[in-house]
Design a protein around this ligand. Structure first.
Ligand code: PLP
Length: 242
């Protein structure tokens, strides 16, 4: 039995990449058959989006894939087709909570205020994948303001003092915050802790398993209020966003 597998790249932005890959696999299947192999399995790999808001839609990818399979590997050819979705299942199941450990404010020409926030997690920790993503992540601010706060261009840095330790290459718009304030990055279940390192001595992020009250009763897992007691304040407000 011979298998051909491909991976169009994680978080694939162009559904047509699957069509091209399937067409290429068809050519490789023909070559394999001519060489006497029993070509029986086609593996479409991953690349599927992990959130509803992603630019490339899963339904569109499925349409492109089904059309390409009907053309190049129609039913009756005896080829089994599988896929290996990773991000599709995992991305939305985790939220990463970080806090601000240092802050720098600068005044640009024209009196424009810019802020740099240093976080306790960065490129060398759970956010290594962020710099490869097409759109900069904008965190949820876990802080109450008396009125709609003014936003400033902010650069987010990690904790390691390394020049490359940035959360995104572009500035993001955030309000004036203070050391100790919390930020949340939702949809951080794929390629985050698995790509972390202990560079410069910073420990790998702690992962907490959390489930809603109904399920936690069955499983004996910590429920949300229970976990709040184990985390530093303001964990109650953090969990309101989960
Ligand atoms: C061989 C293989 N299959 C599947 C995946 C999952 O990819 P994705 O998360 O893009 O779905 C990966 C990710 O690296 C991979 O290397």
């Amino acid at each position: 039995m011979a298998t051909i597998s491909f991976h169009v790249g994680s978080d694939c932005q162009t559904s047509q990449s699957y069509r091209q890959a399937i067409a290429d696999c068809h050519s490789v299947f023909e070559m394999g058959r001519r060489a006497g192999h029993h070509m029986s399995l086609l593996d479409l790999g991953g690349g599927f989006p992990g959130t509803e808001g992603s630019k490339a839609k899963f339904e569109e990818m499925a349409r492109v894939i089904n059309a390409a399979l009907a053309e190049y590997f129609p039913e009756g050819t005896g080829v089994k087709v599988i896929a290996e979705p990773g991000r599709f299942y995992m991305e939305s199941v985790c939220t990463t909570a970080v806090n601000i450990i240092a802050k720098k404010a600068t005044l640009e020409s024209g009196g424009h205020r810019k802020l740099a926030y240093y976080l306790n997690e960065g490129y060398y920790g759970a956010f290594r994948i962020f710099l490869r993503e097409p759109v900069s992540r904008i965190p949820i601010v876990v802080k109450e303001f008396p009125s709609e706060p003014r936003l400033f261009p902010c650069t987010l840095y990690g904790p390691t003092c390394d020049a490359f330790d940035r959360i995104s290459l572009k500035e993001v718009q955030l309000p004036e915050l203070d050391v100790g304030d919390w930020l949340l990055f939702p949809n951080t279940g794929a390629y985050k802790s698995s790509m972390s390192s202990t560079f410069n001595g910073f420990p790998i992020i702690t992962v907490y398993d959390v489930m809603g009250p109904q399920l936690s009763l069955c499983q004996g897992f910590p429920d949300l209020p229970g976990l709040c007691h184990r985390l530093a304040p303001p964990s109650e407000r953090i969990f309101q966003h989960l």
